[in-house]
Design a protein around this ligand. Structure first.
Ligand code: NAD
Length: 358
């Protein structure tokens, strides 16, 4: 099925109002989840609604929390989200980073104990729209999913990395990926009838490569909630030893340094930590000089010949922009099992999802 972004956002908003969130927070949850769907990252879109509802009911994430700045110097701030929604803490931290970098040229903002921050590229996009370069290291406390290079045991979260680079007079470069071979959400999507996983992105305890979501979730059926603690295997880190090393740095920078907590060991309360660096081009001398060199280099980059006939060399951020344009025009596609979970989430609040389809 397909549904227009506005209708889907309103449906998700109303589900979270029904669950006790203030309308502004519920709207943000809807808007950022649907924004992830619009970029094509369905793994971080509305498929998350049942899990967010469960976390809210269990007290794992708390509605209405105001992020607190607990350590503050002109070019550095440490924010504690106190397990409030990532859709509230994420924009708060990014706005603060933008304001501080504008005042000081550069700023480091550390965010700890945030609820799920969703698609991290969202925050890089927000900074780039304000004319800032940004770099984001992220981890997930209490989420052991990924085996380091050379291992079958889970030691990392999917620890994403993102960077944004504004381009004067053009679209920004947005690089944004999980340091796992696939994001957990992509395993979730595959388990619910979405895009199948590529070969060898998971690993069984005996070292055999796998592409079966059951390696991560254990046996499941239908719309049953997926639980990544039930699987015996792990997701592999991307990029062999190099990606595995970047994942380690995400755990250390976003988890250990911020005080948010690393992926393990032992049971921990689920939260995202994020260490972000914000930079204004002006802080490096002339913004015009940066713009000229960037433009020249990107033209040079784009002139690289495709390896395959009919192929295309894309800049990071281009695939998401194309998908967004298409989905804004045609609606957000949702597999039937995902739509079924949304209808179910609306029912206790007297919401009929079908009425949001316009
Ligand atoms: P992915 O593998 O789809 O990679 C996306 C990146 O690669 C983007 O920057 C995209 O522009 C670029 N890209 C894609 N195809 C390209 C091409 N042909 N040429 C050039 N560049 C190309 O991403 P992923 O690892 O599956 O991550 C998905 C999302 O999951 C991300 O948004 C990430 O932030 C999010 N995530 C969040 C958490 C969390 O805890 N909040 C954890 C893990 C992942």
């Amino acid at each position: 099925m397909r549904i227009a972004a506005a209708g889907l956002t309103a449906f998700v908003r109303d589900i979270f109002i029904g669950e006790g969130c203030a309308p502004e927070e519920a709207e943000r949850i809807g808007r950022y989840l649907v924004a992830a769907n619009l970029t094509g990252h369905d793994s971080h879109g509305v498929i998350r609604v049942p899990r967010y509802v469960a976390w809210l009911r269990e007290g794992e994430v708390v509605a209405g929390r105001t992020p607190e700045v607990v350590s503050d110097t002109p070019a550095f701030a440490l924010i504690d989200a106190h397990y409030g929604f990532g859709q509230t803490a994420g924009p708060f931290a990014t706005d603060l980073g933008i304001a501080r970098a504008r005042a000081n040229g550069v700023a480091i903002v550390a965010l700890r104990h945030a609820g799920h921050l969703g698609r991290i590229g969202e925050w890089a996009e927000q900074a780039a729209a304000a004319g800032l370069v940004s770099v984001h290291f992220v981890n997930v406390a209490g989420s052991l999913l990924v085996a380091p290079f050379g291992s079958v045991d889970r030691r990392y979260s999917t620890a994403p990395f993102a960077a944004g680079f504004p381009v004067a007079g053009g679209e920004p470069i947005i690089l944004d990926f999980a340091t796992s071979a696939v994001a957990e959400g992509k395993v979730l999507v595959a388990s619910q009838g979405g895009k199948p996983l590529p070969e060898g992105v998971l690993i069984e305890p005996d070292g055999r490569p796998s592409q079966d979501p059951r390696t991560l979730f254990g046996p499941y059926d239908g719309t049953a909630e997926r639980d990544n603690r039930r699987g015996a295997g792990a997701i592999r880190a991307f990029g062999e030893h190099k990606g595995s090393g970047l994942a380690l740095m995400c755990e250390l920078l976003a988890g250990a340094l911020t005080g948010s907590g690393t992926a393990g060991p032992g049971p921990k309360r689920f939260c995202n930590g994020m260490l972000s660096i914000y930079m204004t081009p002006e802080a490096f001398g002339s913004a015009d000089a940066v713009a000229t060199e960037t433009r020249t280099y990107l033209d040079f980059f784009k002139s690289a010949r495709p390896a395959a006939q009919g192929g295309e060399v894309l800049l990071p951020g281009e695939p998401e922009r194309r998908t967004r344009a298409q989905r804004l025009a045609e609606g957000v596609p949702l597999p039937d099992p995902v739509w079924a979970t949304l209808l179910e989430a609306g029912r206790p609040h007297g919401l009929d999802g079908e009425t949001y389809r316009g």
